[in-house]
Design a protein around this ligand. Structure first.
Ligand SMILES: *Cc1c(COP(=O)(O)O)cnc(C)c1O
Length: 388
């Protein structure tokens, strides 16, 4: 099991601890795919934007992708001289000049968006590559919140609409239809994309497979990823891009929290200094049960309250539903105990909020030599400054 002793008692809680060694392990797996296939891999900053480690990420990957001008700037500023890609469902007039000046690829959501900006792009001295996000109308995502192919989706252009479009000036297609999935899903998806969009792909230079690839998860079917990449390389001579977010920092971060109070109302309840709503909102949105560690022991979710060491974990806000879940512990919990939530680097810091005046967790980096570095801590001013 993971050894938390390098940081558990050393941090001020609540705190994120990002594990550089695990991050490097993930990056090496991704770099292996790059080297074996020639695919280019970008960090999707939507999942993880801790720019303190961008120089490290930039040693292994090709650049960043963004959903707006702020993320694009962050990638440009902190990942050295790497590629900057951007996609958004719609762009704003006031941002476009800056987006053009810093981006290498701009992906448009629709023929209408492309029509709106193509003159501005053509008249700019900067050369950049433009693409269209397609909606292949095929996804195996079970949660609607994460499925861009649901009927009525605003994301991407369907084949029937793409066929009507003048594609001059467009050099790539982009699809993003997966979420935490293995490469068998990708393989089925690329076959559909190939069949439907093949005649258009003949005129393209690149294809971007989006994110949602669980490449760094144990047991991932790397052979099917590589087969999917070579399909487009061999058949159409395309440069293939991947832009995973989650896979880059998977299992590379923890959230350390402290038990403030233990109480009882039909069941045992522990109140922590970290909030599901503020510090790990996906626990409520997905929803899911994060893995947690007590003294390095993995605690399982509890089905019933038959055992004396089962607790409901709740946050310190006044939101009734600010509950992380019910867990089976090895030892009874008491005030001052520290609990570690696993896999908390991704979709956490980027989604933090200060609802109800909650403090933002500090951010630490556990260096690969075992040293703990405080990257950032937050104060009352970080709460106050956004409100008036
Ligand atoms: C969210 C997103 C990604 C990254 O997805 P992960 O599931 O974190 O890998 C990549 N591209 C686009 C367009 C996205 O919206």
């Amino acid at each position: 099991m993971y050894d938390t002793s390098l940081f558990i008692q050393k941090v001020n809680t609540p705190a994120y601890v990002v594990d550089e060694a695990q991050l490097i392990q993930n990056l090496k797996i991704l770099d292996g795919v790059r080297k074996r296939t020639g695919v280019k891999i970008l960090l999707a900053q939507k999942a993880f934007s801790m720019y303190r480690v961008y120089p490290l990420i930039g040693k292994y990957l090709d650049g960043t992708t963004a959903s707006g001008v702020y993320e694009a700037k962050l990638g440009k500023e902190y990942m050295g001289n790497r590629e900057v890609h951007i996609y958004a469902p719609a762009f704003k007039e006031k941002d476009m000049q800056e987006i053009i000046s810093i981006s290498d690829h701009i992906v448009f959501n629709s023929p209408k968006q492309w029509g709106k900006w193509k003159e501005k792009i053509a008249s700019s001295p900067k050369t950049l590559s433009c693409g269209i996000r397609i909606n292949p109308e095929y996804a195996e995502v079970e949660t609607d919140l994460y499925n861009p192919c649901i009927p009525g989706s605003r994301l991407g252009t369907k084949l029937e609409d793409l066929k009507q479009m003048d594609l001059s000036g467009i050099s790539g297609l982009h699809f993003h239809t997966m979420c935490e999935q293995d490469a068998d899903v990708l393989w089925r998806t690329v076959q559909i994309v190939d069949k439907k969009f093949g005649p258009i792909l003949k005129h393209m230079k690149w294809i971007n497979f989006g994110g949602g690839h669980h490449i760094t998860k144990k047991g991932y079917q790397m052979n099917l990823l590589e087969k999917s990449i070579s399909l487009f390389q061999e058949k159409y001579g395309l440069q293939v891009y991947l832009e995973p977010g989650e896979a880059i920092a998977l299992n590379a971060g923890f959230l350390v929290s402290e038990v403030l109070e233990v109480m009882e109302n039909q069941k045992k309840i522990a109140i922590l200094d970290t909030s599901a709503a503020c510090h790990m909102p996906d626990v409520l949105e997905m929803p899911y049960y994060p893995d947690i560690l007590q003294e390095n022991i993995l605690c399982k979710p509890a089905q019933d309250f038959s055992d004396k060491n089962q607790y409901r974990l709740g946050g310190p806000t006044c939101l009734a539903g600010d509950v992380i879940g019910d867990y089976q512990f090895a030892e009874p919990l008491k005030e001052g105990d520290r609990i570690v939530f696993c896999d908390m680097a991704i979709y956490t810091m980027v989604k933090n909020n200060t609802f109800n005046g909650m403090p933002l967790p500090s951010i630490y980096l556990l260096k690969k030599d075992g040293k703990l570095e405080l990257v950032r801590n937050f104060t009352y001013d970080d709460f106050k400054n956004r409100l008036s």
